[in-house]
Design a protein around this ligand. Sequence first.
Ligand code: IMP
Length: 188
Amino acid sequence: MQPPEVIEQLLGAEEIEGKVRELAARITEDYRGKDPVLVGVLKGAFVMMADLSRCIDLPVEMDFIAVSSYGKETASSGVVRIVKDLDLDIEGRHVLLIEDIVDTGLTLNYLMNTLKTRNPASVEVCVLLNKPEARKVDMEVRYSGFEIPDRFVVGYGLDFAERFRHLPYIGILPDEVATGVEESWETE
Ligand code: IMP
């Protein structure tokens, strides 16, 4: 089992809840009279999607998309593979992509461009966390919760090697763990 004491808390559960409510209120206001499709990017966005959607006072529909990066080399070109596509037809619909974090921006940029080819009425992005220093592509993030430093974070849906997604807060993973010196702390 992972020792949670190695995780330094960056954002607490209450702070996150307040921000999610704030984002939901803005979305409710901006999409008044519309029935947007919320598209969660799996797996990281599942917690945010559940919390955010329950605070949006609109007749939303929900769908999920899952992507996997082609690996280091192609990740820098922004090519990602869709491993689970949408079930809904988004033609003529207002689409709001929900993501846990925008880092380089390559994933969301690719997804936005891909979804735009399906002729939706609009495509916007809502993220909980934003690392502006890490950005590699210029892209508009309409709804952004917190700007955070360029550190590896986990919790609230975000993982490191599939772990820590369940943490109710967001924490910084120590550099020695994030860079892969994992066995030493795992067996301690
Ligand atoms: P991108 O670099 O903006 O394309 O982000 C790609 C994906 O990397 C995100 O959707 C996250 O799943 C993951 N990611 C980026 N930064 C972090 C982090 O600090 N912790 C956990 N996952 C991250």
